[in-house]
Design a protein around this ligand. Structure first.
Ligand code: NAD
Length: 417
C-alpha cells in the first residue's frame, strides 16, 4: 500500500483495506464505525453511567518495528498526532524502522510497615520463599502460566519499612493482580516483622518493566522531506533537532512539553487498546523525575545521520482491564496484531520516539503552525457549515488569503455554492 494514497482514500475504502489486511469481520468494522459501546457494557465498567463519548480512531502508518509492519490504531481528539507519527515512521523506514526490546512484565507491589522489630529486614529476606508461596496461589491462572511474585526488595522510607514485591504479570497491565497479592501477603509480613502494615498498593513507577526503542533517520531523507516547504540543509536539520533536545534536557518547562509530545501517540494507542493511560502517564513522568532527565536521546551517527533512542516504563496489557471488556479495544488489538504485552510495549515505545522526533523536526525548522494552519482552516470551514469537498476548498482559499475566520468561511461558501 502506498500510504500517501491511504491518507487520501475515503473512510469507506480505508476501512475496507484495514478489514482485508487484518481479517476483520463485518461486525468488527461496524463496531469501529459506530464507536460501539452498548449501555449495558458501559454500565458495568464504571459507576453512575449516563452515556459514552466517541473519539476518532486513526491509523498511523509506515511503522516497521523489529522488522514487522504494523498498522497502529490511535484514539485521539488532537489533530496532527497520527500524521506526525506516520511521517516520522516513513522517514526512518529506509534505515530499517525501529528496533525495540522490552523487559519482562515485572510490576512492583508496595507494602509499608511501621513499628517493626529491629531485625525485620533480615527476617523478611530469610522468609522470602514463604512470602512467595503466600503471594502465588496455585489456583491462579497467572501463576499457572509462569507469572506471580519473583523476588522482593526492602527499603527504608522515613520511619517505615517498605517491602517491594516484584511480580511478573505477563500479558496483563497487572494492577488488580498486584493489589490482590499485596493484600494477601500483608498479614504474613506483620507476623514476620512484628510491625503494622499501613499501606499496600501497586506502584505505577514500573522501573522493572521498561521498554527501549531506537531508530536512525538518514540525513538525506530528512533534507528531502522539506523539499516542498523550505530549503533546509541535512546537517542543519540534524543539528537543530539535537539542539532542541538539549534545551529540553536543560529546562524543565520545555521538558514538560517535550514529554507531552512524546506521550501523544502512546496515549492514543493506549486508549485505542483499552489500556489505563493514566497509569502509563504517571509512570513515565515519575520515571523522568527519578532519572532527573529526558527519556529520549538524539545524537548524530558517525555518518552524520540522526539517531533517536527512547527508554520508558510501560505497564500496558493485552488481557485484563478494559482491553477485553471494550469490544472496540479488541478490534484495535486485532488491527495492531500484537501477541504479547511486551510486543505492545515495543510498538508503543516506537510510537513515542516517532512523535518526539516529529515534534523536534518541525520545531527546529518551519515551526508547528504551518501544519496546524491547514487543520485549523478545515475546522473553521466545518464550523461555518461547509461539508464534503467544500471543506477543503474553503480552507484552501482562507489559507491563500491568510484570513481564517468563520465569517470569511461563510462568505466563501456563499460564493462557491
Ligand atoms: P485484571 O484484573 O482483569 O487481571 C488480568 C486477568 O487476566 C488475571 O485474572 C489473569 O489471571 C488473566 N490472564 C489470562 N491470561 C493472562 C496472561 N497471559 N497474562 C496475564 N494475565 C492473564 O486486570 P489487571 O491487568 O490485573 O488490572 C488492570 C486494571 O486495573 C485496569 O483496568 C486499571 O485501570 C486498574 N487499576 C489500576 C490501578 C493503578 O494503576 N494504580 C489501581 C487499581 C486498578
Amino acid at each position: 500500500m502506498d500510504w500517501k494514497k491511504f491518507r487520501d482514500l475515503p473512510i469507506e475504502e480505508r476501512l475496507r483495506y484495514v478489514q482485508e489486511k487484518c481479517g476483520l469481520s463485518d461486525e468488527e468494522v461496524r463496531m469501529l464505525r459506530g464507536g460501539f459501546l452498548d449501555e449495558d457494557t458501559a454500565n458495568h465498567m464504571i459507576e453512575n453511567v449516563i452515556g459514552s463519548i466517541k473519539l476518532p480512531i486513526g491509523i498511523a502508518t509506515n511503522f516497521v518495528v523489529n522488522g514487522k509492519e504494523y498498522l497502529i490504531p490511535m484514539a485521539i481528539e488532537e489533530s496532527s498526532v497520527v500524521a506526525a507519527a506516520s511521517n516520522a515512521a516513513k522517514l526512518c523506514r529506509g534505515s530499517g524502522g525501529f528496533a525495540a526490546e522490552a523487559d519482562d512484565s515485572i510490576m512492583i507491589g508496595q507494602i509499608f510497615i511501621r513499628d517493626f522489630d529491629s531485625r525485620a529486614t533480615d527476617r523478611i529476606i530469610a522468609e522470602k520463599d514463604r512470602i512467595r508461596r503466600e503471594a502465588n496461589p496455585a489456583d491462579s491462572t497467572l501463576v499457572a502460566s509462569g507469572g506471580g511474585m519473583e523476588d522482593l526488595e526492602v527499603r527504608e522510607v522515613g520511619d517505615r519499612l517498605c517491602v517491594h514485591l516484584l511480580i511478573d504479570v505477563k500479558d496483563a497491565m497487572g494492577a488488580n493482580f498486584v493489589n490482590s497479592t499485596v493484600e494477601r501477603v500483608a498479614p504474613l509480613l506483620e507476623e514476620i516483622t512484628g510491625g503494622k502494615v499501613v499501606l499496600k498498593i501497586l506502584s505505577n513507577l514500573a522501573v522493572y518493566r521498561k521498554v527501549r526503542a531506537k531508530a536512525v533517520w538518514d540525513k538525506g531523507f530528512l533534507e528531502e522531506s522539506f523539499k516542498e516547504s523550505g530549503d533546509y540543509k541535512a546537517e542543519d536539520i540534524v543539528n537543530g533537532i539535537i539542539e532542541l533536545w538539549n534545551i529540553a534536557k536543560e529546562d524543565p518547562y520545555r521538558r514538560a512539553t517535550h514529554n507531552k509530545g512524546m506521550m501523544n501517540g502512546i496515549d492514543a494507542l493506549m486508549i485505542a487498546t483499552g489500556n489505563d493511560w493514566r497509569a502509563i502517564e504517571s509512570g513515565v513522568h515519575a520515571y523522568s523525575m527519578l532519572t532527573g532527565g529526558l527519556l529520549t536521546r538524539f545524537s548524530a551517527t558517525a555518518e552524520g545521520n540522526l539517531e533517536g533512542f527512547i527508554e520508558i516504563p510501560l505497564a500496558a496489557g493485552i488481557v485484563g482491564g478494559a482491553t477485553k471488556i471494550n469490544p472496540v479495544a479488541q478490534v484495535c488489538l486485532k488491527i495492531l496484531g500484537v501477541k504479547s504485552a511486551k510486543e505492545l510495549a515495543c510498538v508503543a515505545a516506537s510510537v513515542g520516539l516517532a512523535n518526539n522526533f516529529a515534534a523536534l523536526r518541525v520545531l527546529s525548522t518551519e515551526g508547528v503552525q504551518r501544519g496546524h494552519m491547514k487543520l485549523h482552516a478545515t475546522n473553521i470551514a466545518h464550523m461555518a457549515g461547509a461539508n464534503g469537498r467544500n471543506i477543503e476548498r474553503v480552507a484552501q482559499i482562507m489559507i491563500q488569503e491568510k484570513k481564517i475566520s468563520v465569517a470569511r468561511a461563510k462568505e466563501i461558501l456563499e460564493e462557491i455554492i
